[in-house]
Design a protein around this ligand. Sequence first.
Ligand code: AN7
Length: 358
Amino acid sequence: MSSAGPLTVAGKRGLIHRWREHLPVTGDTPIVTLDEGDTPLVYSERLSAEVSAEVWLKYEGLNPTGSFKDRGMTLAISKALEEKSRAVVCASTGNTSASAAAYAARAGLVCAVLIPEGNVALGKLAQALVHGARVLEIEGNFDAALELTKEMAAGHAVTIVNSINPFRVEGQKTAAFEVVEALGRAPDVHVMPVGNAGNITAYWRGYNEALDEKWIDSLPEMHGFQAEGANPIVRGEPVADPRTIATAIRIGNPASWRGATDAATLSQGSIRSVRDKEILEAYRSLAQEGIFVELASAASIAGLRQMSETGAIPGGSTVVCVLTGHGLKDPDWAIAGAPQPRKVPAALGPILEHLDLA
Ligand code: AN7
């Protein structure tokens, strides 16, 4: 154990502690954690009935900053500290910056974030700001921001914490370990959204390591879904001007492109697209089941439905859909399509009348 200060002492919780032997850490690595990981795998009665399979939802919105990014960030920031870095930088559609800002604040590191102007959900921006990150709104899209971030990291003494940082994918693979642990087996079919493609790369690695460890004896089919207006992997070429309401996955040139195509090909899975309209429908139907996610996460469910309609979900199979981020990240969309609150006098009569209970 190092003589690091109290914030960096390895806690008893958090995913580095939990999966230490499977992660690139040593006794000298100062561990920066917010007790991330160990998220619920929620059974969905409704979706299971709808697609005639067993559908489980990996609810990653319950991580400390509200998205799966915390899994990679605990490791990336811990390693940045170990390597005596003083500043970290990332480009982000919002969640990476929220997570980087929180973990960097905890570690006492300067955090710079480059975000695409006008295309980051309000909650995510609030997180980066409240944790004291230096937020730069780039007059360009995510892909331009990522290019600039890479240039910064190459020439200056800052650590990049986008998923091109190898520790990010290492941390994120632990979600697959948790799925395997909860089910006692691998799912038959694994469905998730794809943006920069770091997460699908991470799950595929996690399942493969679980196979090597003999925790499972088969691998799932990996199915990744991009938004139709931001679907470079489906098209086989970068999309110069990606567009989708799911701003988290509004990405035209994914950094981990190869990781996504490898996962899909080697697992007999696929990378396909879903339309914004389908994403929105999935978002609302999850909410009706009590599960609040952000739009990008609903691409999983839109994808599940598309697969089911084309007969790609075998009856009775075990399916895991990843819900990558919490709905509170983006309150604008939640409010936009919902019935608005009604103003009533502070009296029981009118209240009962409005509720049709009079
Ligand atoms: C909720 O924060 O790229 O395919 O900069 O926030 O691993 O990129 C976010 C991506 C899915 C896609 N769901 O994951 C960023 C960023 C949510 C996300 C994705 C993101 P990757």
